[in-house]
Design a protein around this ligand. Structure first.
Ligand code: DQA
Length: 150
């Protein structure tokens, strides 16, 4: 059995609701890559940066909260795209605040240049950083952010 590499930072990545539809969902906002391709790009960059990752997608608010709780000790950092929950889920906001693991929020699109309801993020203020508007590169910037943290 191979021993886990304890020198590697561990990053848990959560894709929220509707991100399983990437590739066909509003390509102008979200790009043309499928979720599998997005995950391949994340894994490749993580490998190059020497990070260990686990990636999950779920459409369910409660599952996101459970995952934040469950992975809080395993992860050195968490990257989350909460999808539309960003704009109104105080439950996810409270979970992020409660776990004391650094969480970075990402968005493929520029939420500040779309419909008014999207320009509000209730989760942002409890996150360590927010990257948005660069499609898959928003996630890659979040990986780099964690690489540069002590
Ligand atoms: C999103 C932006 C949200 O407003 C939207 O509901 C999503 C995706 C993004 O990645 O740009 O599902 O989080």
């Amino acid at each position: 059995m191979t021993k886990p590499d304890i020198s590697k930072k561990k990053i848990f990545i959560i894709h929220g609701p509707n991100l399983n539809l990437l590739g066909t969902r509003d390509p102008e906002q979200y790009g043309t890559l499928t979720l599998d391709k997005v995950n391949s790009a994340i894994r490749k960059r993580a490998h190059d940066l020497g990070l260990e990752t686990r990636i999950i997608q779920t459409n369910h608010e409660g599952r996101i909260i459970d995952l934040l709780h469950r992975r809080r000790k395993w992860a050195d950092g968490i990257i989350i795209n909460p999808g539309a929950f960003t704009h109104y889920s105080y439950a996810i906001r409270d979970a992020i605040e409660g776990i004391h693991t650094p969480v970075v929020e990402v968005h493929l699109s520029n939420i500040y240049e779309r419909e008014d309801f999207r320009s509000v993020s209730v989760t942002k203020e409890v996150c360590s950083a927010q990257f948005f508007g660069k499609k898959v590169d928003s996630y890659l910037e979040a990986l780099e952010y964690f690489t540069n943290q002590k």
